[in-house]
Ligand binder design. Structure first.
Ligand SMILES: [Zn+2]
Length: 192
């Protein structure tokens, strides 16, 4: 699984041989599509995508190219989960967040459980890495957020704006954050 930007941009890059295999760096080639998925956006918005599949001519592994607006293994788009995490960082509880997002309390509780301290540290690391390469001055000065989660989301959002500016694109910030975090805004489920 590879997390990529917008579907259109991915098609162009894939056809031009600009997406390297994550295992052996040989350019990936188009290899059909994965099954269609519909995820929920904010409010009643629905997002239907049919992710591209690609194959490496070097090691012959196939990859699904997951658009960055989608979170791995989740029925809700990154913007919905991200909005929930930002609300948590601002002090809201899972019931309030669920009511505001019009999602079941159990779903929101499950998301919030998937950001244990270890994962917040991982998110912070990704945030600092991208901010450092895109706009390092963002990292200077005092941390205005009381929690590391809030601070990390804040840096990710700033880095997303800097990314759009540099790439001359206008991708939704949460989509760019999905790309920065490789679809793992929430930590992967524990293996049983
Ligand atoms: Zn390969």
């Amino acid at each position: 699984m590879l997390v990529v930007g917008s579907p259109e941009q991915t098609d162009t890059a894939l056809l031009a041989g600009e997406i390297p295999c994550p295992h052996c760096s040989v350019p990936l080639r188009p290899h059909g599509h994965a099954r269609q998925r519909t995820v929920r956006g904010l409010g009643r918005e629905r997002l239907t995508v049919r992710p591209r599949r690609a194959r490496c001519s070097g090691c012959r592994r196939t990859q699904v190219l997951l658009p960055a607006a989608l979170a791995l293994r989740r029925a809700d788009a990154v913007e919905v989960i991200g909005t929930a995490l930002a609300a948590k960082a601002a002090g809201s509880g899972h019931r309030t967040i669920a009511a505001n997002l019009d999602r079941p309390v159990s779903t929101v509780r499950r998301w919030l459980r998937r950001v244990p301290e270890k994962h917040v540290h991982w998110l912070h690391k990704q945030a600092v890495k991208h901010a450092f390469s895109l706009k390092p001055e963002m990292l200077a000065g005092p941390k205005p957020w009381p929690s590391l989660l809030g601070w990390s989301l804040n840096i990710l959002a700033g880095a997303a704006l800097a990314f759009n500016h540099r790439a001359r694109m206008e991708l939704p910030p949460w989509t760019v954050i999905g790309y920065f975090t490789r679809g793992n805004l929430l930590s992967p489920p524990l293996r049983n």
